[in-house]
Design a protein around this ligand. Structure first.
Ligand code: SF4
Length: 409
């Protein structure tokens, strides 16, 4: 037997305060998301930021792409605070970010952090003044920045130079390796430049997003080795539905297991009219299933098989999960610590009692040919046996009583 197992020690990073939230250092890995509304549309943006925050997004990024959007930012901040939403807002700037921040000081103040893309607001040649201006404004307002490289908008001059160097090298590497190096260097050189301009390391977060799982793992592993800036993880263009969820979870899960990553965003492409909060839920589930954080009580349910006599157990598991989801906003206030609760709903005697004993409260429903009785386990001990048509309702009541008794104040 061995004690080995679990994630690698967290990579050492300099903590950065983003409004009321700390990213990096010993702080828990932060969940963030981004709106897809037109920021100039104050009503829609307030509604979406609010729903993302209520779903558990601890930081929300909004696009600031033109004067109308920049002018709307302080109004959005104010409206959110009036309805009790204090989530830090991040401005996503490209191309003319320097101008928007300079022309709209109230926007610069209302934001908790500025995202700069070195690919289109670089620090070299003619773009140096644009980059410097954003850094100067961030220093003036005492705001951190995220230097966010994205390989869809990579600094082409830097990439060309590295390609040329590689072609002349005695040991050339693949074009993909040069691309990865360009992404890493773009972030690191920009961060160094920000430091030269007077920005502290405690004000800089780095990200280097790519769209392929293996590239993401490779880029962040190297980035993590070469610097101690706090790192924002995210697979860009992850895709729709299960593909996006699997790709994001596989890549970020491996990096988190290696101790790399201080904040994550799961970028899912929602279906038209789809729920934007899904990306927050997936990010939370990723962190929770890996044991890094607890956000909502977990319901463990077996998949069911030929031993299952009815769909009662699937319905019960789904009912309890739905009830938890709907109740969490209230429970967070009323029952501190309830997010650590584990409930088990199992379909028969094969794994039912064992799994139920491991949960805080669990039920093992009767399978084919078993006595029609459902033992309930609380804190590892059998406390009751439920029978008859009210099994599901009786168990739901027992879960409610358990929560009240253990987490009620
Ligand atoms: Fe099948 Fe029973 Fe296992 Fe559920 S616990 S999958 S019903 S054998």
């Amino acid at each position: 037997m061995s004690d080995a197992g679990g994630p690698a020690p967290r990579r050492v990073s300099v903590p950065v305060r983003v409004g009321s939230v700390t990213v990096g250092g010993d702080a828990p890995v932060v969940v963030q998301s981004m709106t897809n509304t037109d920021t100039a549309d104050v009503d829609s943006t307030v509604a979406q930021v609010s729903s993302l925050a209520r779903a558990g997004s601890e930081i929300v990024r909004i696009t600031v792409d033109r004067d109308e959007a920049a002018a709307a930012v302080p109004k959005i901040r104010e409206r959110l605070e009036r309805i009790g939403v204090f989530v830090p807002l991040i401005g996503d700037f490209h191309y003319i970010g320097h101008k928007l921040l300079a022309d709209h000081p109230a926007c610069a103040e209302a934001l908790a952090k500025y995202r700069i893309n070195p690919g289109n607001v670089g620090f070299r040649d003619k773009r140096d003044t644009q980059f410097s201006q954003i850094i100067d404004i961030a220093l003036k307002h005492d705001k951190p920045v995220r230097i966010g490289v994205n390989w869809g908008s990579l600094d082409q001059e830097l990439l060309t130079r590295l390609m040329d160097e590689n072609a002349e090298s005695e040991r050339p590497v693949s074009a993909a390796a040069v691309m990865r190096e360009a992404i890493i260097r773009s972030g690191l050189l920009s961060a160094e430049r920000a430091e030269e301009l007077g920005m502290g390391r405690d004000k800089i977060i780095l990200s280097a997003k790519v769209s392929q799982v293996q590239d993401l793992i490779s880029v962040y592993s190297e980035l993590g080795r070469r610097c101690d800036y706090a790192l924002h993880l995210g697979l860009t263009e992850a895709g729709m539905g299960s593909k996006g969820i699997v790709a994001s979870s596989a890549s970020m899960g491996i990096l988190l297991q290696q101790g790399i990553g201080d904040t994550i965003r799961v970028s899912l492409t929602p279906k038209p009219g789809g729920d934007r909060t899904r990306e927050v839920q997936v990010a939370q589930e990723l962190l929770q299933t890996m044991g890094f954080r607890s956000f909502v009580p977990v319901v463990a349910a077996c998949p069911g098989c030929g031993r299952t006599t009815s769909t009662v157990f699937q319905e019960l598991a789904s009912d309890i999960e739905e009830n938890i989801r709907l109740s969490m906003p209230e429970w967070r206030e009323k029952y501190p610590g309830v997010e650590a609760l584990q409930v088990a709903v199992m379909g028969c005697i094969v794994n039912g009692p064992g799994e139920s004993k491991h949960a805080d409260i669990g039920i093992s429903l009767p399978g084919t040919g078993e006595t029609p009785a459902a033992p309930v386990f609380v804190d590892g001990k059998k406390v009751a046996t439920l029978r008859g048509p009210t099994i599901a309702d009786d168990f739901k009541q027992m879960v409610a009583d358990y929560i009240e008794q253990r987490f009620g104040q």
